[in-house]
Design a protein. Structure first.
Length: 259
């Protein structure tokens, strides 16, 4: 994306009555590709260490390698060279890592992100660390995901799912194993789980859980309502702060805290 020429930007500012230009017009965005391919034949796990930027991981049937396509974006071209993508393999593990060095800005805001699209063999187990930005994961094996901020969408997991998130909404659907979630803030939606669902902690935001064959356990809920429907086992809430609990179809026992 190219910025407006200086003269045109100044004219637009005057036309707006001297108002400050939006960040997207005031700063030019510089981009550079970051791509890699790693042989995944015989590998059992992919470990991803991402940083700021969007992250999309897709399982592909018949794929025998890990393909990474990335775009580094920065508000100043001088920051691009220091933004690195590495991809290698150690034994049965493929490793993908992003490096974005810290920058201390004296004036204004420095934008530095590396957006990633990663294709892996369908059903491959994953271990993912991400700092910020939207994350989408589909058609993979057992998944462990640690995220600081940004929306999470996770679909079609062929094993157990373990998610820890600081902020941002979480949408989970179609998990062949069990689900364990710890979330600080944001809406939490879980659908179609074959085994148990455990919410260790949810500080704020609604919890909506449906179509679970096993048990559903909410250990600690701060604020925001809880709604469950279509539970094949027991439903238990051990600690609920505020927001209320709505219970639909539960085949087993319902246990709620006394207030």
């Amino acid at each position: 994306m190219n910025a407006l020429p200086t003269a045109a930007a100044a004219s637009l500012a005057l036309a707006l009555g001297g108002a400050a230009l939006p960040a997207c017009l005031a700063a030019q965005e510089h981009t550079s590709p970051r791509d890699a391919v790693v042989d995944a034949r015989g590998a059992t796990r992919v470990r991803v260490d991402a940083r700021a930027g969007s992250l999309r991981i897709e399982g592909r049937a018949g794929l025998r390698e890990v393909r990474i396509r990335g775009v580094a974006r920065a508000s100043d071209r001088k920051y691009l060279d220091a933004m690195r993508l590495t991809a290698d393999r150690s034994g049965g593990e493929v490793r993908v890592a992003v490096e974005i060095p810290e920058v201390r800005a004296i004036f204004g805001r420095v934008q530095r992100v590396l957006d990633l699209v990663i294709e892996v063999p369908e059903g491959m187990a994953l271990d993912v660390e991400d700092s910020s930005g939207e994350t989408v994961v589909r058609r993979v094996g057992a998944l462990r995901l640690r995220d600081s901020s940004g929306e999470l969408t996770i679909e079609d997991v062929r094993g157990d799912l373990d998610v820890t998130d600081s902020s941002g909404g979480i949408t989970i659907s179609q998990v062949a194993g069990g689900v364990r979630v710890s979330d600080s803030s944001g809406e939490l939606s879980i659908r179609g789980v074959r085994r148990d669902v455990v919410v260790d902690e949810d500080s704020s935001g609604e919890i909506d859980v449906r179509d679970v064959r096993g048990d559903v356990l909410v250990r600690e809920d701060g604020s925001g309502g809880i709604r469950v429907d279509g539970v094949g086992g027991d439903f238990t809430v051990r600690d609920d702060g505020s927001g209320g609990v709505r219970v639909g179809r539960v085949a087993g026992t319902v246990r709620l805290p006394r207030h």
